[in-house]
Unconditional design. Sequence first.
Length: 296
Amino acid sequence: MDQRRIGWAFLITAAFMLVEAVGGLMSGSLALLADAGHMVSDAAALGFSWAAMHYGRRPATAQLSYGYKRLEILAAFVNGCALFVIAGWIIVEAIQRFFAPVHVAGGMMLVVAILGLLSNIAAFLVLHGGNRQNLNLRGAWLHVLGDMLSSAAAIVAAGVILLTGWTPIDPLLSVFVALVVLRSAWGIVKSSAHILLEGTPEGLSLADIKADLEANLAEVQNAHHIHAWSITGEQHMLTLHVHPTEGAIARDVVTAVQRRLAERFDIAHVTVQIEEDFCIDTHGHEKTGASASNCH
């Protein structure tokens, strides 16, 4: 369903992209050209996102044991970086226009901007009901939201130009749009880079997991070497070492830990290493069972 939403948003965005680019050139409006440039980025981003979700469904292979799911995160990261480039171009062009104003056809600018806003609203509504935890869909949603703000700014600029003839409003509002785009871009890049760097999933505390397992599972004496990361924004993974209580059966310990992590922390893919006598730390040094409980 999310892939279909992105596909429809891509078609709407790409269809109007050329109209707005031509309108911006004919009217001389930087605000329209900025919005058109943003839509070029959006069309590419939405297309990339659709392809990433499509190929992400391919099964895992011996070379890619987790499959192609990470394509979604890579697409989100590239989309965010593209937004930085677009915003930078808008700001540079706006500064140049402050020093060298150009004539802007306010009437044509207003018509094109209104049509652009309507197309953006349509794409926004298509994406709005999707899964916001999916970084790819979230990135696409933020792209379209940025387009809506761009079109709204262009409408305001066109109205001011028609009423007062004050053309600096065009590059001024373009800078505002660029700053909004930069804010969205930072959020996408930060979230996707965190996943690509195998960071602990947002809202998950390794210390809380350790404390919870040791306090609530009679089979667990000590939990340590806990590592959590994400394949996608929704699919989390976790590995840990467990020193069981005396007499506990290894299979029961693993089952209890996996069930607790699934129910309490919503982590379905868990790998548990049972350590009966000693803990092997990250450097491969063996430690006695007594010191295993201090292994973190």
